[in-house]
Design a protein around this ligand. Structure first.
Ligand code: ADP
Length: 504
């Protein structure tokens, strides 16, 4: 099968092509600057492998300047003097401006990441706007508590209360799978709590966050409150995670890099929150609505080309419907229209990079060599661009690499089970990860009993990939520390001060 990969960039308006044609600077202290070293690096369209743009290659020196700007903005600037309501209005305006630039942001996301424009337009960009809108409401609702004292007969002699305060200067490091949305998940709560930020975006996909930087300035954010640095993980990212004047590091990415972040942050005992990998079980019981389960499991693994930390990548299906369900998912997979993201017909684009393409092909090969059988897919496709066939593997064994490792590509491993018993729960939990899970059955009591026993931060019953700015999201086990989104994320960015006054 061949894929037409010509002329993606010709499909976007001239103004955006002009924006891409200029080397893209970084946002530091409210100014657009190139790297101190003068270096730039190229970003590529993963569908055509052609250069899309060149961006500043920030390193430790630029991170240092950005951290200083964030510190000044926190300690001296107008930001901390804004009333909570005024801060909320500014954050809300960011959401409005994201929606006002919906098409352009979706085009950038599609070109840079490879995902379909049509998907970015209905998912990535509106969800990013919603995150700012949702978080803007929290600004006026971050409250402390009065605490009654009992020790040493203190009651009545002291007035004690807690005062939540911004944690300070936050270093945020994000991945490439949802470039704009991950920036929104990180920035919106940090701003809502009154922190200042240095954001290091993924080197594969820096463009939409740079465009977001322009939006932040347009919304009136004071200089230095958000600084956006482009550069590589080992240089810019590592310098941010280890910077002595950063109070907290918030990271989303691989579990492997999460460990490096913790090591780098440990010297100064910085606070750390992590949203890491997954290998999520999706369980279909024999009494499920089979059509709905097939559709849900298909989307559960193939949405965003499987490049989701919460992808439902390990499917467990009760024996009596195993063949029907796996055949249904395989038929859906074979029908997915693969192509360049800017083609309106495209349902699945390329993987993000040559590195990911190599990784996914390698792990697929190992699975097939170890005896797994592909009901559909099983290899890369096309002779240009990082395309991989949506793949459904059966006849797998629990110790195979395809079953144990996060693939971060469109590869499902399916296993039959006899009864919904302890063995099933043990198999579903047999992973180092604990991010998400799915359960499909008409028996809602049983679904909830299973949900309670799954070691995962999110469980979807008769649905999958349902995200909302109000819903906390994060991992058990090696899937991370802390939660993104919802009220829960606020604690990532707040310190609690207890203040006691002698009133005797
Ligand atoms: P993936 O494996 O999904 O590409 P990574 O975890 O490698 O994701 O990358 C996520 C983010 O972490 C990116 O912004 C990347 O630049 C950054 N990163 C990679 N290595 C390091 C490191 N050693 N220290 C800090 N950040 C890093």
């Amino acid at each position: 099968m061949n894929i037409a990969v010509s002329s993606t960039i010709d499909r976007v308006p001239a103004a955006l092509r002009g924006w891409l044609a200029k080397p893209r600077p970084m946002l530091i202290n409210g100014k657009w600057v190139m790297a101190k070293s003068g270096k730039t690096f190229d970003v590529h369209d993963p569908a055509t492998e052609m250069k899309l743009a060149s961006v500043a290659e920030g390193d430790a020196a630029d991170i240092d300047e950005a951290v200083r700007a964030a510190r000044r903005a926190l300690e001296e600037g107008p930001w901390s003097r804004l009333s909570p309501a005024a801060r909320g209005r500014m954050i809300h305006r960011i959401g409005d401006l994201i929606l006002a630039n919906l098409d352009e942001l979706a085009q950038l996301e599609s070109l840079d990441n490879g995902k379909p424009f049509s998907v970015a337009r209905v998912a990535d960009v509106p969800l990013s706007a919603d995150m700012f809108h949702y978080m803007s409401g929290w600004c006026t609702k971050i409250e402390g508590k009065h605490i009654p004292l009992s020790a040493l007969a203190a009651g009545g002699q002291y007035l004690s209360f807690t005062r939540p305060e911004p944690i300070g200067v936050v270093g945020q490091i994000i991945p490439w799978n949802f470039p704009l949305l991950m920036a929104a998940w990180k920035l919106a709560p940090a701003l809502a709590t009154g922190c200042t930020v240095v954001l290091k975006v993924a080197e594969e996909t820096p463009l939409s966050a740079l465009r977001l930087g322009e939006i932040l300035m347009e919304a009136g954010l004071p200089d230095g409150v958000v600084n956006i640095v482009t550069g590589f993980g080992e240089t810019a990212g590592a310098a941010l995670a280890a910077h002595p004047d950063v109070d907290k590091v918030a990271f989303t990415g691989s579990t492997e890099v999460g460990r490096l972040i913790v090591q780098a942050a440990s010297r100064d005992l910085k606070k750390v929150s992590l949203e890491l990998g997954g290998k999520s079980p999706n369980i279909i019981l024999g009494d499920a609505d089979v059509d709905a389960a097939i559709a849900g499991a298909t989307a559960g693994i193939f949405f965003n080309h499987g490049q989701c930390c919460n992808a439902g990548s390990r499917l467990f299906v009760q024996e009596k419907i195993f063949d029907k369900v796996t055949a249904g998912i395989a038929a859906n997979a074979a029908r997915i229209k693969i192509g360049v993201g800017m083609d309106p017909e495209t349902e699945m684009g390329p993987l993000v990079s040559e590195v990911q393409h190599g990784r996914v092909k390698g792990i697929l090969k190992s699975g097939l060599e170890e005896g797994a059988r592909a009901l559909t897919g099983g290899s890369a496709i096309g002779n240009r661009g990082y395309f991989v066939q949506p793949t459904v593997l059966v006849d797998t064994k629990p110790n195979m690499k395809v079953v144990r490792e996060e693939i971060f590509g469109p590869v499902l491993v399916a296993t039959p089970f006899k009864d919904a018993d302890d063995k099933l729960i043990a198999a579903a939990n047999d992973t180092i990860y604990g991010l998400a899970a799915g359960v499909w059955t008409k028996d809602i009591a049983k679904a909830n009993q299973i949900a309670n026993r799954l070691k995962a931060g999110t469980v979807w019953i008769n649905c999958y990939h349902v995200f909302d700015s109000a819903l906390p999201f994060g991992g058990y086990k090696q899937s991370g520390w802390g939660r993104e989104m919802g009220q829960a994320v606020l604690s990532n960015y707040l310190e609690t001060k207890a203040i006691t006054t002698n009133i005797s």
